[in-house]
Design a protein. Structure first.
Length: 569
């Protein structure tokens, strides 16, 4: 009962609702006036024309029976004028009672009441005693993946949604949400921001600045991670109080540029585990192509561990008999000098010095172009919009204005000789189309693509892309690396690095006995214990309580590992 009263109180407190109720009441008054007028006319006609005497209550009864089309027939008119009046009452009743009344009731009362119920479902504050939580300032493309990772690490989290209706729908979908304005002090007081672990400002640059300034009034020391759509906004966000600023579009371009084949064969460093580098080595045009992992003997020659193999955008587990193809990309772990030694061995191979072809001159494409040119790699860029030509500036050695789907434009830009093609448009369908087109025109080219929506990953891979990375995945990995104070390692779409504490139930057992790889699909790449990082892990590696396993795999595989540990292995 208390809940119903509170709902009605909230419902009636809104100005638009009060106006709706006023309109509904006005209609009911009009309807009552029509019924009263028909009752008077009925009484007059019965007395003067029909020569019948009926009470006023009988007149009201007749009007309601006729208007509602029930038509009992116990009281009827015999004269023509009476029957004409009956028809008028019947038709008006159909319109006013059976058509307009339900519409007016639903439009001005029932629908707003349902909407108010949706609005009321979303909480206005976090539970009392909440601490160590993460506050996410907007439900965007990054938020779903970030929430999934936070659940895996058992970190409480809340999304701020200004629109109560949208917040109610998120709440119904199981999202921990609090409704409130993202730039209001009251919102962050109710979120207990001073006790939070991190604030993620993922709105527009101007809004993020306002969020940061507001949050600092409540929580001067809580870390704030802000997204910067423009590189020029980084300084402003830092000055406003952001602890970390993530120019994700620029970083996405740099990550994509790190995955191309160009110049001499070499390892592309993509991250670091303490004193170990994580790198990728394209097999294309090297002696490794056509050999098995056992035959190449990288561990013996360069003391480097292979932790995975990319095959057409899919990370495959390491098997000794896995045969490498020209499209294979090895994922390696080793020290700086070991990676450098491997580069020296491979420097004579794959000497394609032709420019890399970048399709799309937006923020991501320009960032990729700048990153490639800093590495001494030539860049040819195709952009459809002539207005962006001036912005491209030093991002490319040569810019071609035109449609990348035009074969003549691609030929002029150098597709026939390009070692790699970067697909950086913001439209997934366009990138998928261009992947198919470029793969058909040059089957051996390396295709690296960005995507916007996770649901399109498989489509782009089927189209022929060798590597795919999304803005959302990079955002999730970046925030989690800051939150967990770990190294940022971006392996690829859907593949992440996880740190997993060894439970007491596995103490003293070997990796082979736990069968972690066979049961979950995760690859254990290293183990940290007593401050030391051991990278030569294998089936005989013994686990101990207090150690941390460093694994790579998907979120689903990480969840399977959690269930495995919960069941004692």
């Amino acid at each position: 009962m208390k809940f119903v009263v509170s709902q009605l109180a909230y419902f009636l407190s809104e100005g638009q609702v009060r106006r709706n109720i006023k309109a509904l009441v006005q209609y009911l008054i009009f309807l009552g006036g029509v019924i009263l007028a028909y009752t008077v006319i009925f009484h007059v006609l019965m007395v003067t024309v029909e020569q019948q005497d009926h009470s006023w209550l009988s007149g009201l009864y007749w009007v309601l029976v006729v208007m509602s089309t029930l038509g009992f027939g116990d009281i009827t008119f015999q004269s023509d004028i009476g029957r004409v009046f009956s028809v008028v009452v019947l038709v008006s009743g159909i319109i006013l009672l059976l058509v307009l009344l339900p519409f007016v009731f639903i439009r001005f009362f029932y629908a707003p009441w349902l909407e108010a119920r949706v609005r009321m479902r979303a909480p206005r504050d976090v539970p009392r005693g909440t601490t160590g939580h993460v506050v996410i300032c907007r439900w965007d493309s990054i938020a779903p993946g970030l929430l999934e990772r936070l659940r895996l690490h058992h970190i409480p989290h809340f999304v701020v949604e200004p629109d109560p209706s949208a917040a109610g729908r998120l709440f119904d979908d199981g999202v921990p949400v609090v409704t409130g304005e993202v730039d209001a002090v009251d919102t962050y007081e109710k979120l207990r921001l001073q006790d939070a672990r991190l604030l993620f400002a993922n709105a527009e640059d101007t809004t993020n600045t306002s969020i940061t300034l507001t949050a600092r009034e409540i929580a001067p020391t809580v870390p704030i991670v802000s997204i910067a759509a423009s590189v020029d906004s980084i300084d402003v966000l830092q000055l406003s109080g952001s602890t970390h600023v993530l120019p994700l579009a620029q970083r996405l371009g740099e990550q994509l540029a790190n995955r191309v084949n160009a110049g001499h064969a070499r390892c592309h460093v993509i991250g670091r585990f303490h004193d170990l580098l994580v790198a990728e080595l394209p097999v294309h045009n090297t002696p490794l192509s056509g050999q098995t992992i056992r035959q190449i003997r990288l561990r013996e020659h360069a003391r480097i561990n292979i932790i995975g193999v990319w095959e057409r955008g899919r990370l495959m587990p390491v098997h000794a008999n896995h045969t490498l193809s020209h499209s294979s990309v090895l994922v390696l772990v080793g020290k700086d000098e070991q990676i450098a030694r491997l580069d020296e061995l491979l420097v004579i191979y794959d000497t394609n010095e032709n420019p890399v072809l970048v399709l799309g001159g937006g923020k991501v494409g320009r960032a990729a172009g700048h990153a490639l040119r800093r590495q001494g790699i030539g860049v040819h860029l195709i952009e459809k919009n002539p207005a962006l030509q001036e912005r491209i500036g030093e991002a490319a050695d040569q810019v071609f204005i035109g449609d990348a789907a035009d074969r003549q434009i691609l030929s002029r830009a150098g597709l026939d000789d390009a070692p790699s093609v970067l697909l950086t448009t913001h439209d997934d369908a366009t990138n998928t189309y261009l992947a198919i087109y470029c793969r058909r025109l040059k089957p051996d080219v390396r295709l690296v693509s960005r995507i916007t929506h996770d649901r399109n990953v498989e489509a782009v891979l089927r189209a022929g892309a060798d590597f795919v990375l999304s803005y959302a995945t990079l955002g999730v990995n970046s925030v989690m690396s800051i939150l967990l104070d770990s190294e940022l390692v971006v392996l690829g779409e859907g593949i992440e690095a996880f740190h997993v504490d060894v439970p007491a139930s596995l103490n003293g057992r070997t990796l082979a006995e736990t069968a972690i790889g066979a049961k979950t699909g995760l690859t254990v790449v290293a183990m940290r214990h007593n401050g030391r990082l051991e990278t030569t892990v294998g089936p005989g590696t013994q686990l101990s309580t207090g150690a941390t396993l460093i694994t790579i795999g998907s979120t689903e595989q990480r969840r399977a590992l959690t269930e495995l540990f919960a069941n004692g292995g």
